[in-house]
Design a protein around this ligand. Structure first.
Ligand code: COA
Length: 175
């Protein structure tokens, strides 16, 4: 994959387990600068290892050797408790192939350029190629940047639940 439009200085590619340390570093930088602690939960290293392996897709944007943003498409297996589609109240997921737009992290210095929307659009294309027609995501009701980004990607709010110990709105998008 090449750059993403406006940002010639960013290279976007899929990443794998070899990038785990850089991914964990970005997560720590993002968590340290959160506006509120309940916006994002730290993932376990095991979950990151899972996300960095097939069938999941982790897209990363690099500026030189600095990882500035990432976005994960999580493709649940049958019965996977991480699947969000079964939680939907306004959509019957039966007959759809679903996946989660699990996480997006943007380095605080690189915010304000709609990188969640840009990476999200690339993930939508990737999902489409895999026959995934229903995408789900969660966001804290206080996470305005993420909610605006999800809305710009075409996601709609379904309902709000307690998840990961925090309040989370579940969103969906027909891809
Ligand atoms: C959520 C996140 C990925 C978005 O980063 P980004 O793509 O750079 O988003 P932007 O800064 O371009 O903001 C997107 C929109 O939200 C708006 N916005 C951003 N922060 C805002 C705030 N605190 N209050 C109101 N609006 C805000 C921007 O103005 C922009 O609106 P626009 O489209 O009308 O111009 C980034 O903030 C982040 O990494 N947050 C911490 C991790 C996280 O919460 N991830 C999402 C859940 S997994």
């Amino acid at each position: 994959m090449d750059n993403i439009g406006l940002f010639d200085e960013l290279n976007v590619r899929t990443c794998g387990e070899g990038d785990l340390d850089k991914v964990l570093d970005l997560e720590s930088i993002v968590l340290a600068k959160l506006e509120r602690p309940d916006l994002l939960r730290r993932n376990t290293e095991e979950m990151w290892r899972t996300c960095l392996q097939s069938p999941h897709v982790c897209l990363v944007a690099w500026n030189g050797d600095v990882l500035v943003a990432l976005a994960v498409l999580y493709v649940p297996k049958d019965g996977d408790t991480e699947a969000l589609a079964p939680l939907l109240q306004s959509v019957d997921p039966e007959g759809h192939k679903s996946a989660n737009f699990k996480i997006c992290l943007v380095h605080p210095k690189w915010r304000g350029h709609h990188l969640q929307v840009k990476l999200g659009n690339l993930l939508n294309n990737e999902a489409h190629q895999r026959g995934i027609d229903l995408l789900c995501a969660t966001a804290s009701p206080h996470n305005i940047a993420s909610i605006r980004s999800l809305q710009q990607l075409g996601y709609r709010a379904d309902h709000t639940v307690q998840k990961y110990g925090f309040e989370r709105t579940v969103f969906f998008y027909f891809n």
